[in-house]
Structure formats: C-alpha cells, structure tokens
Design a protein around this ligand. Structure first.
Ligand code: THU
Length: 159
C-alpha cells in the first residue's frame, strides 16, 4: 500500500491587504447578498465574477420550495456571465454570505456542485481563476479551483 498526500494552497488575507480590484469584487459579492432569495435556509449568499474584459456579473442563491430546484450564488453568477458573454474567461470570483443580520465570521466556501461548475469555467478557457472567499475576519484566496477540487473529473477524462 502506498499513500498519496494531496496539498492545497490557500492564502489568508486581511481584507485591507487585498488589491483594490479584489476589494471591489468582494464588495459586489456582499451587495449581491441583497438579491438572494433564501426563505428556507435564511442563508444569503452573493457572488461576483470578474471577466477578462473587466465586466462584473453578480449572482445570489435562488431557493425553491422544491429544494433541489434552487441554485447557489456561484453558479448563478458564472452562468449569468457566460450566457451573456460566452467567450470571456473568468479572472476572479468573490463569494460572501449573510446570516442572522451580519456577514459570516467563517469564510464561505463553494459547495461541491459549484466547484465542479467553476472547474468547467476554468477548463473551457484553459485559465485558472482566483477565488476569494470572504468572511468578516479574513479572506481565503485560492489561485485555481483545482486547489479546492483535488482529483477532479473534467473534460480531459472524456477525451
Ligand atoms: N449556497 C450558496 O449559494 N453557495 C455556497 O457556496 C453554499 C451554499 C446556498 C445554497 C442554499 O440556498 C443556501 O446557501 C444554504 O445551503
């Protein structure tokens, strides 16, 4: 038997140390929580995507009484961006979450299904995206979705 140890690199930044572009995108993600429709979980998530042409698209979680019919903020944002501008790669995505009247003190990290969609968004342009996961205490930054999705299943498996 042998073991494979996989490592993940995440940088932890105080908000003040983020670049202006990152701060702006985080602000857009925070604002996007205002558009969340989350009457069931009361967990309001916002995401903001920065495309290579400089345009920002936002998304928020949109829940449904038939629970699985709802969609997370990250997928809403990426699908909105790419259904409007199909040929623009995602440079960065920021995610923030609001619960019980405040932004969360723990970072908000994308769910498994969103990680898979973010992987596709990276792979289709063959370019990594920066992922900014916000909390009131710190911002976790990954330089590629591959940091969050080791041993991923992607398009290369189908070739
Ligand atoms: N949610 C997101 O929108 N993004 C995440 O990264 C995690 C979870 C949503 C799904 C559901 O509407 C609510 O948060 C609670 O899971």
């Amino acid at each position: 038997m042998k073991e494979i140890n996989l490592t993940t690199k995440i940088a932890v930044y105080p908000l003040e140390e983020c670049t202006d572009a990152e701060k702006k995108l985080i602000e857009a993600a925070k604002e996007a929580t205002l558009n969340a429709y989350a009457p069931y979980s009361r967990f309001l998530v916002g995401a903001a995507v920065l495309l290579e042409n400089g345009q920002t698209f936002i998304g928020s979680n949109q829940e449904n009484a038939a629970y699985p019919s709802g969609l997370c903020a990250e997928r809403t944002a990426v699908f909105s961006a790419h259904s409007t501008l199909h040929d623009q790669k995602v440079e960065m995505i920021a995610i923030a979450a609001w619960r019980d009247g405040k932004f969360t003190e723990e970072v908000i990290t994308p769910c498994g299904a969103c990680r898979q969609v973010l992987l596709e968004a990276e792979n289709r342009f063959d370019a990594p995206m920066r992922i900014l996961m916000y909390s009131e205490n710190a911002v976790y930054v990954a330089n590629s979705i591959k940091e969050l999705l080791p041993l991923s299943f992607g398009d290369e498996m189908l070739k």
